[in-house]
Each structure stands twice: as structure tokens, then as C-alpha cells.
Design a protein around this ligand. Structure first.
Ligand code: NAP
Length: 306
């Protein structure tokens, strides 16, 4: 099978940890170029300027953007205007309106736009969705507690405007919640903890309609927790390890204790979308983040430094 050429833009932590291995292992893709001011991938043509890449490599029809959300729009718009199919890391943009604009541009150009949510590809998310399909939900709780120093070492952008703070990981939980619940929910209250020297929250307590709550915290040392627990009329579902393991009534029933299936599944889906000339842009996880920042009570906490 012929592999489609793809360019990866923003060669940093997630590009090197996940995107490059997933592309190299895929039967669908050939990593034909990178664009990054500092990063490179050995053996792959490296550009530092996106316009130069677009001008010099018209043979690369697909672009995958891996930089943080705030600088992403200019690259996304340029890629679409140049008629390239486009894949976006999560969250798909810094604002909802800019992603709506990208959707319209992709449609006008007749190219694929895929706003990825890697956690939706976790091993146990599809089985959890199938199990919940005909259930009535009494209560749900998300616990997403991790150590920002471990997962985002020195990445100041997460605490700058548009970096989303604890919603950068929290949106992964929301991407799973919005995928598996049989009925949508909406936010009713939010409490956001902002370090006194930072622009984005380091913790959030959220309440949604339907008796759904969430606890996001980026100050968790020791064991890390990425769990969603749901009580139905007769049973208790638990998704653990960021959606990779499914337990029903305390017994493991599906999944794998590995996060390494998520990015290969994203790239397989992108290949399918391009083949079908389709797009996939679901902004529901980001709507909840925007609502939390609109509705949230703001508390000031201790200064936080890496
Ligand atoms: P990162 O390492 O801080 O940034 C990725 C790369 O983006 C940088 O190496 C930089 O490359 C480029 N970049 C940064 N600021 C830029 C700017 N102003 N203009 C142009 N390029 C810029 O971030 P990351 O952890 O990979 O995260 C990137 C995205 O992936 C985020 O949306 C994040 O939510 C998502 N993500 C991250 C993780 C994770 O574990 N870190 C997991 C899943 C998803 P150059 O300096 O070489 O240009």
C-alpha cells in the first residue's frame, strides 16, 4: 500500500513521545517533513519556516499540528488555504470561534479537518460507551489529579493566557465524558484555583447537570489518578488510567494498561477521514472548559513555579 506523505509541525514533547512513533509504525503514513524552530526528527527533511515548507513541498497533502494551542491558528489557516488536509492536537485551538473559522475554511477548500481527542482513543472508552448506551445514570465523578512538574516540565505556556492550566489535562477527561454519556450534560458551578503568579487555574472543582462532578488538580505528587466513576441503577462503572481500563462492579472487564494505543488510533482515523473526504470536529469538551472559565468562582492560591 502507498503511504501518504505527512508533515509534523511543532516538534516538542508530544510530537516526539507519541506522534513520531505512531506515524513511523503506521501503514498509512510517511513522515515527509517537519517544521519546527528548534526540533527535528532524524532522517526527515526539516524546515524552520511553515511558509517555506508549503511552498517547497506541494507533494505533502497532509499536515499535523503539535504546537500549543495559542500559536496554532495561524499555521492551521495557512495549511488549509494551501489546500492541505489538517490534523490538530487537542485542544483544537485557543478559542471556540477560531476552530469554527477553521471548519468553514476546510469546508470551502474541500479538505479534511480532524480535531483530535487522543483520550477518546484509549482502550476502554468504546467498551464503556457501549455498556452505558442503554443505562440510566445516577451519578458520575471524574478525578483527574496529576503532577504538572512531571508531565509539563518547564512548559510555561500552560500557565499563560490561552494555555488552559489544569484544563490542558482536564479536557482529556471531558473528551471521554462527552463521548461516553448517553445524554449530554452542562456545567452548573465551577471553582477555579489560580496561583497568585499565574494566568490559568491549577485546580478546578466542577459540577454539571445530571449529578456529574469533576475534581481536576495539577499539584498531585506520588500516585497519579485519571479516573471516571459512574453509578447506574444497578452497577458501578470505573474507567481508570485515562480511559484505558474498564471495571464493572470492581472487576476488570476491558482495556489494556497502556496509553500507547491512542496516537496510532488517531492516525488510523485521519487516514480514514482523508480517504472518505470527511471531517471530524467535535468541540463539546472545549465548550465545557469555556463554560468553566465563564462561570467559575475564582480563588487565589499560593504562587506556583516549576
Ligand atoms: P511543547 O513541547 O511545549 O511544544 C511543542 C512545540 O511547539 C515546541 O517544541 C515548539 O517547537 C512549538 N512551539 C511552541 N511555542 C510555539 C510558538 N509560539 N510558535 C510556534 N511553535 C511553537 O508542548 P507539548 O507538550 O508537545 O504540547 C503541545 C500540544 O500537545 C498541546 O496542545 C498539548 O495539550 C498537547 N498534548 C500534550 C501532551 C503532553 O504530555 N505534553 C499530551 C497530549 C497532548 P519549536 O520551538 O521547535 O518551534
Amino acid at each position: 500500500m502507498t503511504r501518504t506523505k505527512i508533515a509534523l509541525v511543532g516538534i516538542g514533547k508530544i510530537a516526539l513521545d507519541q506522534h513520531v512513533p505512531a506515524i513511523h509504525a503506521s501503514p498509512d503514513w510517511e513522515l515527509a517533513a517537519t517544521v519546527s524552530r528548534n526540533g527535528q526528527v532524524p532522517g526527515v527533511q526539516a524546515f524552520t519556516d511553515f511558509a517555506a515548507f508549503l511552498a517547497e513541498r506541494p507533494d505533502v497533502p497532509v499536515v499535523s499540528l503539535c504546537m500549543p494551542p495559542v500559536p496554532r491558528f495561524a499555521y492551521a489557516e495557512a495549511a488549509l488555504l494551501a489546500g492541505r488536509h489538517l490534523m490538530l492536537e487537542k485542544p483544537p485551538g485557543a478559542t471556540l470561534a477560531e476552530v469554527h473559522a477553521l471548519e468553514a475554511q476546510a469546508k470551502a477548500k474541500g479538505v479534511t479537518l480532524y480535531a483530535t481527542w487522543h483520550s477518546r482513543m484509549a482502550h476502554a472508552v468504546a467498551p464503556a460507551k457501549a455498556w452505558l448506551k442503554d443505562k440510566s445514570i445516577r451519578k458520575a465523578h471524574i478525578t483527574w489529579r496529576e503532577d504538572v512538574r512531571k508531565w509539563h516540565p518547564g512548559q510555561d505556556w500552560v500557565f499563560q493566557p490561552g494555555g488552559m492550566g489544569v484544563f490542558d489535562p482536564g479536557i482529556n477527561a471531558l473528551s471521554i465524558l462527552t463521548e461516553i454519556l448517553p445524554q449530554p450534560v452542562h456545567m452548573t458551578t465551577a471553582r477555579l484555583d489560580f496561583p497568585k503568579n499565574r494566568q490559568t487555574p491549577i485546580a478546578a472543582q466542577l459540577t454539571f447537570s445530571g449529578n456529574v462532578t469533576a475534581d481536576f488538580d495539577w499539584r498531585q505528587e506520588g500516585p497519579q489518578t485519571w479516573d471516571i466513576e459512574i453509578e447506574t441503577e444497578k452497577s458501578h462503572l470505573a474507567l481508570r488510567m485515562g480511559g484505558n481500563m474498564l471495571e464493572i462492579d470492581g472487576k476488570p472487564v476491558a482495556g489494556e494498561s497502556s496509553i500507547m494505543g491512542e496516537y496510532p488510533a488517531l492516525y488510523a482515523r485521519m487516514a480514514d477521514l482523508v480517504r472518505r473526504k470527511a471531517s471530524d470536529v467535535d468541540l463539546s469538551p472545549m465548550v465545557h472548559v469555556a463554560d468553566a472559565l465563564t462561570l467559575g468562582e475564582r480563588l487565589t492560591t499560593d504562587a506556583f513555579d516549576f
